[in-house]
Design a protein around this ligand. Sequence first.
Ligand code: UGA
Length: 434
Amino acid sequence: MKITVVGTGYVGLVTGACFSEVGHEVLCVDNNEQKVAMLNRLEMPIYEDGLEAMVRKNVEEGRLRFTSCIKEGTEFSEVIFVAVGTPPGRSGEANLSYVEQVGREVAEHMTSYHLLVEKSTVPVNTSEQLKRTMTKYLRADIDFDVASNPEFLREGRAIPDALNPSRVVVGVESKRALLLLQEVYKPIMERSGCRLLEMDIASAELTKHASNSFLAMKISYINAVSRICELTGANVEKVAEGMGLDPRIGPEFLRAGVGYGGSCFPKDVDAFVHISERLGYSFDLLKDVQKVNREQREHVFSKIKKELWVVENKRIAILGIAFKPGTDDYREAPALYFVNELAEHGATLRLWDPIAAPHFKKEFPQHTYCEDLMECVQDADLVLVMTEWPEIKALDIQALKKAMKSPVMIDGRNVFDPEVLREAGFIYHSVGRL
Ligand code: UGA
């Protein structure tokens, strides 16, 4: 089957690559010519395990191509996936101008039936606007459909998630659109055994915001519980384990820490709060999810201040920049907050991250970056753990203690065992564990 994917960001590029991997012929369109040139040279704009090899293979076998021409994309296939960015606008609402632009441009170039599929995360009822826009820009009376097919892949595990999804949600309002999407997903459903859930478009759009917000709520919930643990001497990991064994709760997304970051949860929870507000419902529960997430950072920061007394001129080693392991993405990463706060308090910062450091350094060149973990912690007054990279977990504790000026660690991801660290002579603070 021929498929066009517009937008070569995380979702678009992975979706395009995976569709070609399962046998479809895919044309990826992006209006950023530099990015298209990069992709045509087989250089990946993002780091994702296995992506480069998959793109290379499918390009070489002739199933995957890149172009900056939307007209070509429109002519290539009757099914067009829209995977362009929906960044937060000034007030937190999703900025839909890129989605609108694709709708407009596709409509202008259409000469026969097309199905436009929303893959980007969009607020509920976006399809209504998209349909209105397309109708206005069509050059003739041509039939078309809009559908919603939200993506649930995680960064760092994007390819396995896309090839083995937990579910495929499709929001459609015509049999023709449903049949086309069933054909698109047939090879993925056959190999993964997952279900294709058919529903109306608004429900599909809502499923995405509701899922991400629920996961963010689970994290904020356990972080709130971690505060009670700290006040009572309970251990949040034990509590999470005790809760998670109930199949109605489940063990995942109950890891307490410094809070969630990334390009999805902060933006999507915010957008969901805003769209709810606009529809006339104040989603206070989600506002509290955001509040807990904000306060969690502040709370961990207060531990640093309490421990150091004076932050100014202290040498602090920050281990981990990415918002989670397995990615070089630091958008909305907790580390950003700490780098800014600590720098403002006059600390000297040394940072380590196996893949996010080079990009981060471009934005914050004033700090010291180390490729070697032990070099990073050398003479540090305090070590701050921000991402649970395996290299950090594997640190030799005695060597770490020896290298530091004073053995103080604030562990924002509960990477280490408090008892082991204290026995080794560290002053150690983590989250929800005494
Ligand atoms: C998230 C969702 O998990 C995906 O299902 C969704 O498709 C994606 O957003 C999206 O909308 O595109 P992602 O942002 O890649 O995926 O990252 P997650 O693995 O969900 O982690 C998000 C943040 O929560 C990270 O900062 C992580 O450290 C934090 N987290 C996660 C916790 O603090 N505790 C946990 O128990 C789990």
